[in-house]
Ligand binder design. Structure first.
Ligand SMILES: *Cc1c(COP(=O)(O)O)cnc(C)c1O
Length: 382
């Protein structure tokens, strides 16, 4: 519930046109996937990101699962990835029998530490999965060069990276494959939803087949074959038109959504500066050449600060602030299916000291001031 006093961590932003477009899809009488709204969404994604082929999926998780199928990940293959990420990054590859090899993150951007990747490569390594945390890009030039040198594929988990760029290129368009999330907690939303960006043109046809239950139905719809048949292993990865209609309303406003989130992000960044100067926390560090998208605002509390007490203070003030992530390498499934490469000291430290502040379209400056005052009080600075 959103009461006058309560400040939620997230509040899904509706642009106002969602129901209008859903009604249009209803009148179109075309409710299955790949109808007119899905086509519009694909065209928009391809125009905005410059990727050769985009495909809407049920979620970023589904797009990651498609990636594992497309890269022919097989039992025993190793996939290098951060431990500081959401479970889907690993799950999608474990479903194919692969072993996630967890590599530590950089202590500035909290992204996969590219300097540690090469020592984690073995004869079994098939791919590197990078995660652009908070919509801030990984060191992609270095990572792509390593992949090329070792003949590895690169998947970008750009779940948080819609509308963000690295050296002018959209996140998700730099590796062989990229994945977006339109989950309600992300910037541009459709409740549940996602997209696969297919950057290697050689993978496009198979991506369409895998997404359509392993059939060449997409070719059939284009009139390229006169019947469609089972071609290879696949599943149902495409959303229906009602979801695409909702998403279209969001795509139309994607620039203003991003601008408004960026403004709230900048407001926090300025308000919290004195706490950093007082050595109680550090604010996000942005990398050169990376344009982020205001997806999330986190602070890393200094080691002497009791995070639990800070979160309790937020709770007392009816503000929802949450931490991130329980590292995968020490989770029950991570221990069972994965392997840690060397020590993951940065991952462990970050996961113990990070908190995320409420950030959503419609959050007012007054609310942000209340969040910051509460933080200041918890840090005994106000
Ligand atoms: C949100 C998120 C996902 C999962 O996205 P869904 O669309 O909910 O499947 C995967 N990876 C990262 C890094 C995320 O932040």
């Amino acid at each position: 519930m959103r009461t006058d006093k309560h400040i939620p961590f997230n509040w899904p932003n509706m642009t106002g046109k969602e129901l209008h477009y859903i009604a249009e899809a209803h009148f179109n009488g075309r409710l299955a996937g790949d109808g007119p709204f899905t086509k519009r969404c694909h065209a928009w994604l391809e125009a905005r990101t410059q990727c050769p082929k985009s495909l809407l999926t049920h979620s970023c998780t589904a797009a990651l699962e498609m990636s594992a199928l497309l890269l022919d990940i097989a039992p025993g293959d190793e996939v290098i990835m951060p431990s500081f990420t959401f479970v889907s990054t690993a799950n999608a590859f474990v479903l194919r029998g692969a072993v996630p090899v967890f590599v530590d993150i950089r202590d500035d951007t909290l992204n996969l530490d590219e300097r540690l990747i090469e020592s984690a490569i073995t004869a079994r390594t098939k791919a590197i999965v990078v995660v652009h945390y908070a919509g801030v890009a990984c060191e992609m030039d270095t990572i792509m060069a390593i992949a090329k040198r070792h003949g590895l594929k690169v998947v970008e988990d750009a779940a948080q990276g819609v509308m963000a760029t690295y050296k002018g290129r959209a996140l998700g368009t730099i590796g062989d494959l990229g994945t977006y999330s339109f989950h309600e907690t992300k910037n541009v939303i459709s409740g549940e939803g996602g997209a696969l960006l297919v950057n290697d043109p050689k993978l496009v046809e198979r991506a369409e087949i895998i997404r359509e239950k392993g059939t060449d139905r997409s070719r059939f719809f284009r009139g390229q074959v006169d019947k469609y048949t089972w071609q290879e292993v696949g599943s149902s990865f495409l959303p229906g038109e009602l979801v695409a209609a909702f998403l279209w309303a969001q795509f139309e406003e994607a620039d203003s959504i991003t601008q408004r989130r960026m403004a709230s992000w900048e407001t926090y960044h300025a308000m919290i500066e004195p706490f950093e100067a007082a050595d109680r926390l550090r604010r996000p560090i942005l990398a050169d050449g990376c344009q982020h998208n205001g997806h999330l605002y986190y602070v890393l509390l200094s080691p002497q600060v009791d995070r639990h007490a800070v979160l309790e203070e937020f709770k007392r003030s009816e503000i929802s602030s949450v931490f991130h992530y329980v590292p995968l390498h020490s989770s029950p499934a991570g221990l069972k299916y994965g392997r840690a490469h060397g020590n993951l000291n940065v991952t462990d430290a970050v996961s113990e000291h990070l908190i995320r502040l409420p950030l959503w379209v419609g959050l007012t400056e007054e609310m942000q001031q209340r969040v910051v005052n509460t933080l200041g009080k918890a840090l005994a600075l106000i």
